[in-house]
Design a protein around this ligand. Structure first.
Ligand code: ARG
Length: 581
């Protein structure tokens, strides 16, 4: 069920095609009083065709069938086409969306297999700020993709391999020998730092670490056992964080760097057969065309170091080969911070030359900006350490509990606890998702937990407030929605009712736009606007005390569908919407 924007575009398209094949009608919401949408496509076309825009717009309007959708269509002097939906059409559309379990959301034209690489923290290390972002953004994208009917394969590309494991394993051995109950990595970052310190302090430790790397690479069983111990403990910790954060990732989604070990020699061998390998200063490299350094020299992607070891880039070439090959991906998303942009551009370019990314399929680096503290510096604890994820989650819930206590003192203790979790975790996720991901994002507890502004608590509260109307009316919103087409379609006499109806019908467009550019903030902006339209409606239009039973019924329906869209939209972002708060 397409929203009005898509419908109007589709209706205008043939008339635009008539002027110039494939010309975009450019339908956008209108900011003019009493006008719902405008089609701006005549303006760019006028330049191309060398004709006055208003004349083109008039031709388009004459050639398009709009009378069943629109009550008014007019062309202004500049060539904009103003489109106002008809009240009856609008009412019928709201009734149809209300009864639709998907609330008007269409599915992708063609179901795709989409691999989403996200979260991907490193073993024996705390999840850093960028891991928080990829986990939250990647998870919302997985939900949006699955909702649109795509087959989603989640992959958690955990950093579980590399020379640092020599030192980590030796430290694990020493920690065990120092008499701890069981070998334990305990506090992950502390463990990593201690291992590093031992490495820096002692030549003996360094030598043992080097030997350990060799044993690990040659598959020595005892070494592998210790390695597994490190990996399993970290994955256990990550899983606990994911559970609390309410993300979809499961331990079985871990396809770590080590998974590709056996494939790396083949990756390099294939590059060689394809004539792409170049020996440079002892290392084996590929020079993808179009990449140069500051001095204009070709930039190498090193795939095998002079000591024979493989690296991060080799492994990512293997991920391309595996995802487009074995997994049959149409699309592979890499939800990773912007600082790795060059890495992915080069890896994708090499993957294409090597034939691992077939034509028509696409790897995408879904990049995001840094997470900054309120001082606009990198997000760290006051002491300058990485913020522990479990501490961050504790603090979110604690702060939310205090905010909920202030706002809703009447909740029972049990309710308040659950609401605090929904609000705290929701606020943390929403603050991240509601900023354009490509920008840096400033972490600010007070702002994210505010009940005003574009925040999770504001939307959750708007949703709960609608449910409280239904509790007072002793009515079930779900039943009302299900029976919507049978009930008289909502009367939309007041401008605020009409505006709310148009907003409700924009859900499909917003979800589509968010998915199109992998930008959850577009869905957030929509939900914020919808909640704003509801507030304006609720201030102006009495629901329970409406002037007649039919107006009351129609306003209840508008309220119910608004709540349903808020809940479903938040759900697509991985955020809960309690009915009472
Ligand atoms: N483990 C890496 C890091 O912490 C992220 C890995 C992202 N995924 C990938 N396929 N390279 O920065």
């Amino acid at each position: 069920m397409a929203g009005p924007l898509a419908l109007l575009s589709a209706r205008l398209q043939p008339a635009f095609d008539h002027l110039a094949t494939g010309a975009d009608p450019v339908v956008r919401p209108s900011t003019r009083e009493g006008v719902d949408f405008q089609a701006n496509g005549a303006l760019p076309l006028a330049k191309v065709l060398g004709r006055p825009p208003a004349e083109l717009a008039a031709e388009v309007v004459a050639g398009a069938r709009l009378d069943d959708l629109c009550a008014e269509v007019d062309v202004d002097a500049k060539g904009f086409v103003n489109l106002t939906l008809g009240g009856e059409w609008l009412a019928a559309a709201v009734a149809a969306v209300s009864a639709d379990p998907r609330l008007g959301r269409s599915r992708g034209e063609r179901p795709l297999t989409v691999v989403v690489d996200y979260s991907s923290p490193n073993v024996a290390k705390e999840m850093a700020a960028h891991h928080v972002r990829t986990t939250i953004i990647g998870d919302a994208l997985c939900r949006l993709l699955a909702d649109a009917g795509h087959r989603v394969v989640r992959e958690n590309h955990v950093g579980d391999w590399g020379t640092q494991f020599g030192m980590l394993i030796e430290h694990l051995v020493d920690a065990g020998e120092a008499g701890s109950e069981e070998l334990s990595v305990g506090d992950l970052d502390g463990f990593y730092r201690e291992a590093r310190a031992a490495f820096d302090a002692s030549e003996d430790f360094r030598e043992r670490s080097r030997r350990r790397v060799v044993s690990l690479q040659s598959g020595d069983p005892e070494t592998l056992r210790l390695w597994h111990q490190l990996v399993d403990q970290s994955i256990g910790y990550f899983a606990a964080v994911y559970r609390r954060l309410g993300v979809l990732l499961q331990p079985e989604d871990v396809v770590g760097e080590s998974f590709y070990n056996d494939q790396l020699p083949e990756v390099v061998a294939e590059l060689e057969t394809k004539g792409l390998l170049v020996e440079s200063e002892g290392a084996r490299c590929v020079f993808p065309s179009g990449f140069t350094n500051r001095d204009g020299q070709p930039l190498p992607l090193i795939v095998q170091k002079s000591d024979g070891g493989y690296n991060y880039a080799t492994t990512d070439l293997a991920t391309l080969r595996d995802r487009f090959g074995r997994l049959g991906a149409d699309l592979a998303l890499y939800v990773v911070g912007a600082p790795q942009a060059l890495h992915f551009q080069m890896v994708f370019a090499v993957g294409r030359s090597a034939g691992w990314v077939p034509a028509g399929r696409e790897p995408v680096h879904v990049a995001f900006g840094n997470m900054l503290g309120s001082d606009r510096k990198m997000f760290k604890t006051r002491a300058g350490d990485v913020v522990k994820m479990s501490d961050l989650l504790d603090e979110a819930v604690q702060r939310a509990a205090a905010a909920v206590e202030r706002k809703s003192p009447d909740l029972t203790a049990g309710e308040a606890g659950a609401v605090a979790v929904a609000v705290g975790i929701g606020a943390l996720k929403y603050a991240d998702l509601s900023t354009d991901r490509t920008r840096d994002y400033v972490f600010d507890w007070d702002r994210m937990l505010a009940f005003e502004g574009n925040t999770a608590p504001y939307l959750q509260y708007a949703h709960a407030r609608i449910h409280s109307i239904f509790r007072r009316a002793e009515r079930d919103p779900a039943a009302l929605l299900a029976g919507a087409p049978a009930v008289a379609a909502p009367g939309l006499g007041e401008p605020e009712e009409r505006a709310l109806a148009v907003a409700v019908l924009g859900f499909d467009t917003a979800v589509g736009a968010a998915l199109e550019s992998y930008s959850p903030h577009k869905l957030c902006a929509y939900l914020f606007e919808l909640a704003g339209s509801f507030t304006a409606f609720y201030e102006r239009c009495p629901v329970l005390r409406a002037e007649s039973p039919s107006v009351r019924e129609s306003r209840l329906l508008l309220s119910a569908v608004t709540a349903a869209v808020l809940r479903s939209g938040l759900g697509l972002l991985g955020i809960e919407a309690p009915e009472r708060m």
